[in-house]
Structures are given as structure tokens and as C-alpha cells.
Design a binder for this molecule. Structure first.
Ligand code: ZN
Length: 673
């Protein structure tokens, strides 16, 4: 493993901080913490922790011996000085002499001894760090160390390689229990340079940040060297490939794991991953547990392996997936009942798998939202890589299921992943014409309510020019072309697992006297304002049906559909047909719990109703622009966000289909009869 430390690098890094405000040793601490965080073979997504002991003054001038320790929830790769809360050391050293304390007592005690009460919560491993006398301490879940210890003779191997340099700590629950175990052993071993936490990770320490970091690299390199020399055994493989595309399979899986609550399902695959997941006995070794306890909150104790290659039709694939997911849920529920005997306070978590492996295809990772699915996927992929390496040499063994359960249901671990849930979290929304004024307002509305947004836009320049902090997933697509739309749908299925809401919004208004308009122009208008909606709706319905978890088509119709305007026939005619199309989908797909609703909006300044068009329309109705815009019963101008709210309302109205909501400030002529 490469040593990334350099004195010049540290000096350069230090320059950005004011040493009067940030102690020098904390700057060094941040510098090497980031070096560790950068290396995915040491820590992943918030894993691992580091600390430094120091003295600082409180505002009353009193000096305190403190430990700056990583705050819970921060990531070593991007950590900042303020992410290291300072906790008074003396009380921490005292509390460790107690026989036991509860989680709540521990969290309270740590909080009570913070120098700044607004600082983040100190890491759950703070007491381990404070029980070790050394100044700088680093803790990682190094892949190489896990590869050595998560096997049958792991203990013998670890002792053989690290001898007396690392103190061996048998597996115990992280937190207070681990801190006590470390404290009891470390006092008797003054010359050690670190700890080997069996089937959990490694600690190193030193007088300087550099020394502790270098020791981490040294021990991990030593493990890597040993692993490289180890003989590999030949394992049997299964080369049968599934007969279906990822985009055909993912809606079936997403449907099987979602119910009231919906999840994002991300697919990934690469050469290295495929080499492991084609091994014949993965169904056994990917169900034996985790490589380090921390992983369980992300990927559960067991992965689900789906052997799809034997299934000849998509219906067979679907039946098989449903059966396997049902089995997984039952198995998880049994695991909960078995190990939860002594506690009544635990509530069972989601029953579904977080990593789903399809041999010779790739893995699907499940998350409450897209970001979550990526984190879980990264951890799942890493775990598969470690387990695969072990299996090629020995048999993978994890800590006991009971120990895994205790960490999974440990309140301090669950606190790390947070529970914030918005009404549309876990759902996927497509917005066509998404960079138009109304499209953007709809996208913002759905995103602020938790949905993943995929914007489809035909105008390349608009895409190039578009800047937003919203981070929308934007695809160039001409929805008048079925093949283009299908390609985007495939990508969406691979990235998110499927779709829930389809806002068919793209449109184009042209004005002309009806008897003199060219056939070509009228036909073009129908293509944009009617047939494109048919393409979007018909392709989307295929996915919604495959998922079998409802969903809603939402059409941006127009009040022109019921109240035609003079010289606006080329726009109004296809919009009238679009209203009928919206109803037709409601009629034919209601039995699949697929809803179809529309919005009739009017007089909203947007790309369609440009200033030029506005002047023309006001003229056609014989009024001023202002009275044209406010020419409604409420005498109020209607904004794009009013339209967006109507779409959101219809998406959320689970018992409403074939409905059209009018958003025009009120007009008797346009009201539905
Ligand atoms: Zn750890």
C-alpha cells in the first residue's frame, strides 16, 4: 500500500488554517485522516475513525486535557477540523472503570464532556481511543486485514504475521465493551504499535500523525504482501448468462422488494465483480455474514443471489424473483425473532435484501434513495471482493450471527444512517420538456418532496446552458422518437430500477388560422402535442406493469382542450385528443393500479407562452397583456409553481385517476362539465 504522506504536502495543507484557532496537532490529524479516507482499501463511506490528544482552554481560561476524535457521521476523506469534537479526557478515563453502561448513558456522558456543546457527536469508538495512552490513533477496516482474519484459521494467521507488534483483540461488540477489552489488555503490553481487532479492523498509534499513519501503511502492506504470495485454489464456475437485459430484470426486482414503501435499485457490473459472482458456491458464502460489523447497517447479514440464467421467459423470471424475495423476507424475520429474544425495544427493520447478486450479470444495490443505493452498492461490492479473495484460498467466516444482530440493532449504528423520509423518497419521476419553465418548476417540486428526477430535454443548447444546484439527471431525448425514448428508459431502469411518475410535459404551440394552415404544420403539431405523449405513456406503462406497484402518468394538457382559442387550433386540436388519451390510459390500466391524470393550465409565462406569443394571444382575445394574464375569476396571475403543485397533488392522490385539474385562476369557459 502506497504511503501518501509527505512533509511538503503537510506544510502546504497547513497553510489554509489559522494556527491560533486550530491547534497544530489537529491540523496534522486532519491531514493524515484525509490520506486514510482517500484510500478505499482502508475505509469506505464514513468508516474508520481517528483521534489526537491535546490540551485546550475553556472560555473561563481553565486548561483541559482533551481528545479530538472523529465526529459520528463524518467522512475521513473530506474531514475538517470542526468535525473533530474535543472531549475532556479525565472523565473518559474514569468511566471506563465501570462494569457496564447503557448506550444512552454513554452518549449522554460524551456529550456532557464536550468543550463545545454544539460540536458533532463524538464517534461511538471514542472510549476505545481514550483508553489508549498514545497521542495519535488511527482505526481502519482495511481490506487486507479483514481478508486475513475472516477465515477459519484467521487468528493463527494474524498472530503469525504480526507477532508481538500488534495486540490481538478477540471480537467483541464495538463501543464500551470493546473499550474495556482494549483497556484490560493494553496495560500489559506497553511496547505494541497497534491493535488487531479480530474480524473488525486495525488500530495503529504513534507520537506523531505521521508515525501512526506510517504504521497503518506498514501493517496493511505486510498483510497485502502475505496475501499476494498465498496459493489460490481453483473454484468451480457457472458460465450461464441470463437471457434478458438488465432493464428488463430491474423493474421486476424493484416490484418484488417495494410495497407501500418504494426503493431505488441501482445496477453495477465490472470484470472483477463478475469473476467472483460466477463462482458456483456464492449462494453459500455470500450468506455467511459481514466482513466487518459496521457493514451490516448497509448491506444486511446476507445477500440475495438470484440464478436467473435457467429461466426462459420473463414471466418465469418474475415468478422466481417473487418467490426468492419472499423467502429472503421470511429468513430475515426468523433471524430477527431468534436473536431479539432479550429485547423488546427493537423494531424490525426492512425485511428486504440490500445487495442482490445475479451471476454473470452484476449486482443490484437497494437504497432508500439514489445516494443510499450507491453507498450500499460500494460497500456490497467491496465485501464481495474481500469474500471472493478469501474463498479462493480458504473458507470465509464471519463473526457469529448473534454478534451481527447486536450491531445491526445497536441504536448508535442505526443513528448513523438517519431516518429522514419525505413523501416521495424512493420514487422515480421522469419529466419530459424538463428544462422548460414549467418542466423546471415541476422537477423542483417533486425533488423537494424526495423523488429522484430524470429530466428529458430535446434542446441541446438548453442542456449546455442549464446550471442548477439541484443536480438533476438530464438526458437529451426527442420524445417524438420512440427509439430514443426507449434508450433513456433502459438507462433509467439500470440506474434507478424503474419509474413511478411520468410527467409528459413536452409541447410546442403554433398559431395559425385553421383553414389556411399547411398539412405539414398541423401534422407536426400532432406529432409533438399528441403522438409524443403516446410514445412516452406507452413505453412507461410497460415498466409500470412490470413493477406492479402502481404509478401515475401525468399529462400537461391545456385548457385549449376544452376551450379553444381563435387561431390556436393547431395547438388545441392535439391537446383535445391528449385529454382523450389521458382518459384512455386511465380506463385501460386502472386494473394494474396505474393512474392517469392531467393538468389544464392556462396563461402561464413559459417557453410556450413567450412574450411574443403573449402579445399575439392577448390581441386575439382583444385585451391588454396584463388583463390577459389576470383575466380569470380570481384576477390572479398563475405561476409555473402553481402548475407544479397541481401535478404533485395528482401524483399523490392515490385514489384519483382519469382526473383533470384546471390551473388557470378560474374560468367558466374552461371549466370541465
Ligand atoms: Zn471499526
Amino acid at each position: 500500500m502506497k504511503n501518501l504522506f509527505s512533509h511538503s504536502g503537510l506544510i502546504k495543507f497547513s497553510k489554509q488554517f489559522d494556527t491560533k484557532k486550530v491547534p497544530k496537532e489537529l491540523i496534522e490529524r486532519v491531514y493524515t485522516s484525509r490520506l486514510i479516507g482517500k484510500n478505499k482499501k482502508l475505509v469506505l463511506h464514513g468508516g474508520g475513525n481517528t483521534s489526537v490528544k491535546s490540551t485546550i482552554s475553556d472560555i473561563d481560561g481553565e486548561r483541559h486535557g482533551v481528545i479530538f476524535v472523529k465526529g459520528s457521521g463524518s467522512d475521513l476523506e473530506t474531514i475538517k477540523p470542526e468535525d473533530f469534537p474535543a472531549v475532556k479526557l479525565k472523565p473518559l478515563k474514569k468511566i471506563i472503570n465501570k462494569n457496564s453502561i447503557t448506550d444512552i448513558e454513554m452518549v449522554n456522558f460524551l456529550k456532557k464532556n464536550l468543550i463545545d456543546t454544539n460540536a458533532p457527536n463524538p464517534s461511538v469508538e471514542t472510549l476505545v481511543h481514550s483508553s489508549i495512552e498514545h497521542k495519535f490513533i488511527d482505526h481502519t477496516h482495511s481490506n487486507a486485514i479483514l481478508e486475513l482474519s475472516n477465515r477459519k484459521n484467521g487468528k493463527i494467521l494474524c498472530n503469525k504475521i504480526f507477532g508481538k507488534e500488534l495486540l490481538f483483540i478477540p471480537y467483541v461488540m464495538p463501543g464500551f465493551i470493546l473499550a474495556k477489552a482494549v483497556k484490560n489488555k493494553i496495560d500489559k503490553s506497553p511496547n505494541i504499535k497497534g491493535l488487531l481487532l479480530y474480524r473488525h479492523g486495525i488500530f495503529t498509534f504513534g507520537k506523531t500523525a505521521e508515525e501512526s499513519y506510517k504504521r497503518m501503511i506498514h501493517f496493511v502492506s505486510k498483510a497485502e504482501k502475505f496475501l499476494k504470495k498465498e496459493k489460490k485454489r481453483i473454484l468451480k464456475v457457472d458460465n450461464n448468462k441470463p437471457k434478458f437485459q438488465v432493464s428488463e430484470i430491474s423493474p421486476l426486482i424493484r416490484g418484488a422488494i417495494s410495497d407501500e414503501k418504494k426503493y431505488i435499485l441501482n445496477f453495477r457490473s465490472n470484470k472483477k465483480l463478475l469473476e467472483t459472482i460466477k463462482l458456483k458456491n456464492i449462494n453459500s458464502f455470500l450468506r455467511r455474514g459481514v466482513v466487518t460489523p459496521d457493514h451490516v447497517i448497509r448491506i444486511k447479514p446476507k445477500m440475495l443471489v438470484l440464478n436467473i440464467s435457467k429461466r426462459k421467459t420473463l414471466q418465469q423470471v418474475q415468478n422466481y424473483i417473487n418467490k426468492e424475495v419472499k423467502k429472503y423476507k421470511k429468513d430475515y424475520s426468523d433471524y430477527f425473532k431468534k436473536y431479539n429474544r432479550n429485547s423488546r425495544k427493537n423494531k424490525i427493520l426492512d425485511l428486504i435484501p440490500k445487495i442482490i447478486v445475479v451471476p454473470n450479470l452484476g449486482i443490484f444495490s437497494v437504497g432508500k434513495d439514489y445516494k443510499d443505493s450507491i453507498i450500499n452498492g460500494d460497500i456490497g461490492e467491496m465485501a464481495i471482493s474481500i469474500i471472493g479473495s478469501i474463498e479462493r484460498k480458504a473458507n470465509f467466516e464471519s463473526i457469529k450471527m448473534k454478534d451481527i444482530f447486536d450491531v445491526e440493532y445497536w441504536s448508535l449504528e442505526q443513528a448513523k444512517i438517519g431516518k429522514d423520509q419525505k413523501p416521495l423518497t424512493g420514487t422515480i419521476t421522469i419529466v419530459t420538456g424538463g428544462l422548460g419553465t414549467i418542466g423546471q418548476a415541476i422537477s423542483k417540486e417533486f425533488k423537494s418532496n424526495g423523488s429522484e428526477i430524470i429530466i428529458l430535454e430535446n434542446n441541446k443548447d438548453k442542456i449546455m446552458r442549464f446550471k442548477s444546484s439541484d443536480n438533476f439527471d438530464i438526458h437529451q431525448c426527442d420524445v417524438r422518437k420512440r427509439a430514443q425514448f426507449k434508450r433513456v428508459i433502459d438507462k433509467i431502469c439500470m440506474k434507478y430500477g424503474g419509474i413511478d411518475y411520468v410527467i409528459s410535459n413536452a409541447g410546442n404551440a403554433i398559431q395559425h388560422e385553421i383553414s389556411t394552415i399547411s398539412d405539414k404544420n398541423l401534422y407536426e403539431s400532432f406529432k409533438t402535442n399528441l403522438f409524443s405523449h403516446q410514445i412516452v405513456a406507452s413505453e412507461s406503462v410497460k415498466i409500470l406493469k412490470a413493477q406492479g406497484i402502481g404509478g401515475c402518468l401525468l399529462f400537461n394538457i391545456s385548457k385549449q382542450s376544452v376551450n379553444p382559442g381563435k387561431f390556436f387550433g393547431a395547438y388545441g386540436l392535439p391537446k383535445t385528443a391528449l385529454l382523450a388519451l389521458c382518459k384512455q390510459y386511465a380506463l385501460e390500466y386502472g386494473e394494474f393500479n396505474i393512474r392517469s391524470n392531467g393538468v389544464n393550465a392556462d396563461r402561464i409565462i413559459s417557453g410556450i407562452l413567450s412574450q411574443e406569443m403573449l402579445t399575439k394571444r392577448a390581441k386575439a382575445r382583444g385585451v391588454s397583456i396584463d388583463s390577459y394574464l389576470k383575466g380569470n375569476l380570481l384576477k390572479k396571475q398563475v405561476s409555473p409553481s402553481d402548475v407544479a403543485k397541481a401535478f404533485y397533488h395528482l401524483a399523490n392522490s392515490e385514489k384519483t385517476t382519469a382526473a383533470v385539474l384546471t390551473v388557470d385562476g378560474g374560468s367558466i369557459e374552461s371549466s370541465l362539465r
